[in-house]
Design a protein around this ligand. Structure first.
Ligand code: ZN
Ligand code: ZN
Ligand code: FE
Length: 755
């Protein structure tokens, strides 16, 4: 007998439910190798036996060309005694017996958009899944939104109530099949079904007819609540200003841009500019909402995104969306199915209750959603993807390394959780703001669910240092000790964790508001920071915010505070027309006496104030609206100049810049040019501090770096002088990334305690 080798491979990472075993089976069969494969808690174990050169070919292909959605973290490889025999088998997993004794450290995959093979089947009249809205395979379909516990197996998903029919079971059990162990596998005979109801939940139609009725309702200008992958959408005809206005009125959402779902890429192209990088994102398996520049003269009504040069666009990402959009053939609004600040609805009865006043009809299905997974939002900045909302298709994000068991609860806005443990850190999806009772209940449910899912009961709860934050208050009562992490330190630590950096960096944390240890509102911070600690190196010069919260909602007040700090009279600035005489008098008294005028070093407020001084916006209808106006205004201004700024004893003084800006405004320099110059000035300010701090790595984070103009300009300025700028890639720079930073800082401190 010719020489034979036997090898054992232990493959760890996200290798279950992604078609890894069919891949291994086909490869071994093709190379005529004997052996077997089985799932284990940590991943996949494979043994192969055959001629050495064939074994080598097998190993090489597993390493170099694993299935597209698998994340291979490590392949442990050991020789085994030759056993003889032939044929390759898939053994049933021994998970059940082992599950009680070991922590389940298998990866959890995100939900993936419908793959081309499934799509072809759905539109193939001869296929048994023709027009079936819940078609999926190992390369696509729901994952995170249906998993109840690990290891990931059908009986631990919300598909457990749907016993497989004979045909589906056959696919599920055939190692060579695309649906081999596809946990949500389903067909019209055995899987979930659609139902169309009126707002009181009366069933009007089922299956294909339900879809047709929903399409007719949308065509006729109605708003339909559609249960999707990770929650409900409110769907309506995007071409009709009247329909969109009705939706805005019912949802109490007067101005914030609404997301669009386009029937296909060509339709998106008809309304938006799409770069190759943006096309890749739109058509990727993650299928996020991508912010795209809208084409001038497009026919879609401006009420979709008033005053905004971009549209948030996504393509259909589940069979249900493909079927609905292909039937409609026109762009629809597909906005989160929730009541203003509440979490997205995931449950049929809840949706009927909460969305009754908004939706004219409901398209429901009976596959339960395990947890809310909203649409993700991204844009392209500095040549790569920048996340604005981390959720479907992306969450949970797994970062490697070993860590102390911590639950981090993030901030009170754009809340998201992170859990660390022996598996590293996992970052959960966007949960929204914690302002409403419903949001807080959902938050608490996720605080129980997510660590349990990860198999990591927390030894500490990491939260923001702001004592008034709801998350911090919850942490105080949760049981395990609370670890308070300063807001801006968390922003920087998150960035360091993403980039796997352990050394000290200059962290530029610019955002709207964060609690500072000195009792003032921070937000324009330059920190010398590592994963454990930080020291403030410099900050933007503080200024008062008359009326506190009022200045956040109304940038005209932030501008008043700015002028007051600089001793610049309001008269003679455009701001004078933003107020009545009485309003000005009240604010002046407040500022002089220091009544309810908290000091802030916030960059977000500084951008707001400049937007108001330039007359761009006096009142915000939603968070950061004025700062966005300033960014958009800069788009049409090609002015490379900068205003003067000064760095003195750790304070970056914006006053010289404001004085020149107001002079130029008086000289009728176009607002666009001044807005552009303002952005250049702020990136120059970052460079000024970087030179003084002399750290090779500069981490940029905080909500202000969602401003692409600022981010790109700062990155270019830093690189030009030999610094290495880092900024968040896989989590948002805004408060959606806080939990990761909190988890990392808390774990570093816990480790220190136990060492
Ligand atoms: Zn598929
Ligand atoms: Zn079936
Ligand atoms: Fe923040």
């Amino acid at each position: 007998m010719a020489a034979r080798d036997r090898h054992r491979l232990e493959i760890t990472g996200a290798v279950q439910g992604v078609g890894f075993r069919p891949f291994v089976f086909r490869l071994a069969t093709e190379l005529n190798l004997a052996g077997w494969a089985r799932n284990a808690l940590a991943g996949l174990v494979v043994e192969i036996e055959g001629p050495p050169e064939d074994c080598a070919a097998f190993l090489e292909r597993v390493e170099k060309n694993p299935p597209p959605f698998a994340i291979v973290r490590h392949i442990a490889h050991s020789p085994r005694p030759v056993e003889g025999g032939s044929g390759f088998r898939i053994h049933h997993s021994r998970l059940e017996s082992a599950a009680g004794t070991e922590a389940a450290n298998t990866e959890i995959l995100p939900d993936l958009a419908t793959c081309p093979d499934c799509l072809r089947e759905i539109f193939d009249p001869a296929n048994r899944r023709h027009l079936y809205p819940f078609t999926n395979c190992t390369q696509c379909g729901p994952r995170f939104s249906i998993v109840l516990a690990l290891p990931y197996d059908r009986e631990r998903t919300t598909m457990r109530g749907f016993p497989l029919c004979a045909a589906c079971r056959d696919e599920y059990e055939s190692p060579g099949d695309r649906r081999f162990h596809a946990q949500p596998n389903a067909c019209p005979d055995c899987g979930p079904r659609l139902e169309f109801t009126d707002p009181s939940g009366h069933r009007l139609a089922t299956r294909g007819e339900a879809l047709e009725r929903a399409a007719q309702a949308i065509e006729s200008g109605q708003i339909v609540a559609v249960k999707g992958v990770g929650g409900f959408h409110l769907i309506a005809d995007a071409r009709s200003a009247e329909v969109v206005e009705t939706l805005r009125a019912r949802k109490h959402r007067p101005a914030k841009p609404l997301a669009l779902m386009m029937p296909h890429l060509a339709a998106a192209r008809a309304h938006c500019e799409i770069s190759p990088a943006e096309e890749d994102l739109l058509t990727s398996a993650r299928a996020p909402i991508v912010l795209l520049r809208r084409l001038s003269g497009g026919e879609l009504p401006t009420v979709l995104a008033p005053g905004n040069p971009t549209f948030g666009v996504m393509l259909p990402y589940s069979p249900l969306h493909h079927l609905l959009l292909r039937r409609l053939g026109f762009p629809v609004v597909a906005t989160s199915g929730n009541v203003s600040d509440e979490p997205i609805c995931i449950d049929n009865d809840k949706a009927l209750d909460r969305l009754r006043g908004i939706a004219d009809a409901f398209l429901l299905h009976d596959r339960p959603i395990a947890r809310p997974v909203d649409d993700s939002v991204v844009r392209v900045a500095a040549g790569r993807e920048l996340l604005l909302r981390h959720s479907r298709g992306y969450a949970p994000l797994s970062l490697g390394g070993e860590s102390a068991p911590v639950l981090a609860v993030g901030g009170d806005q754009k809340t998201a959780l992170a859990v660390s443990g022996p598996f590293g850190v996992r970052c959960g999806p966007h949960l929204g703001d914690l302002e409403t009772e419903a949001a807080r209940l959902a938050f608490e449910a996720q605080c129980r669910d997510f660590p349990a899912l990860c198999g990591a009961p927390p030894r500490a709860i990491a939260c923001d240092a702001h004592p008034g934050y709801r998350g911090a208050r919850w942490a105080a009562e949760a049981g395990p000790p609370a670890v308070h992490v300063q807001h801006h330190h968390a922003h920087i630590a998150a960035c360091l964790a993403e980039h796997d950096i352990y050394e000290e960096v200059l962290g530029v944390a610019w955002d709207g508001t964060g609690h500072g240890p000195d009792g003032t509102i921070w937000g324009g911070e330059f920190l010398l920071a590592d994963r454990r600690d930080f020291a403030r190196f410099a900050r933007l010069r503080p200024f008062p915010l008359p009326g506190g919260e009022l200045s956040i909602r109304q940038p005209r007040y932030a501008a008043l505070g700015l002028l007051h700090a600089a001793g610049i009279p309001v008269a003679g600035t455009p701001l004078v027309s933003a107020f009545t005489k009485e309003e000005l008098a009240v604010a002046a008294t407040q500022l002089e006496r220091g009544l309810n005028t908290p000091l802030t070093s916030s960059a977000g407020r500084l951008f707001d104030a400049v937007a108001a001084l330039l007359g761009l916006r006096w009142r915000n209808a939603f968070e950061a609206q004025a700062a966005m106006d300033l960014e958009f205004a800069a788009d049409s201004g090609d002015d490379a100049g900068v205003f003067p700024v000064a760095l003195e004893s750790g304070s970056l003084d914006w006053e010289p810049a404001i004085r020149v800006l107001l002079d130029e405004l008086g000289n009728e320099t176009p607002v666009a040019a001044l807005a552009a110059r303002w952005h250049e000035t702020m990136s120059r300010a970052i460079l000024l501090v970087a030179r003084a701090a002399k750290k090779p790595l500069v981490a940029l984070s905080g909500g202000c770096f969602q401003n692409v103009r600022l981010l790109e300009s700062a990155v270019a300025a830093l690189r030009a002088e030999g610094f290495t700028p880092l900024w968040p890639r896989r989590l948002p720079p805004n408060d959606g990334g806080l939990a990761l930073g909190q988890a990392v800082v808390a774990a570093a401190r816990l480790r220190e305690k136990t060492d």
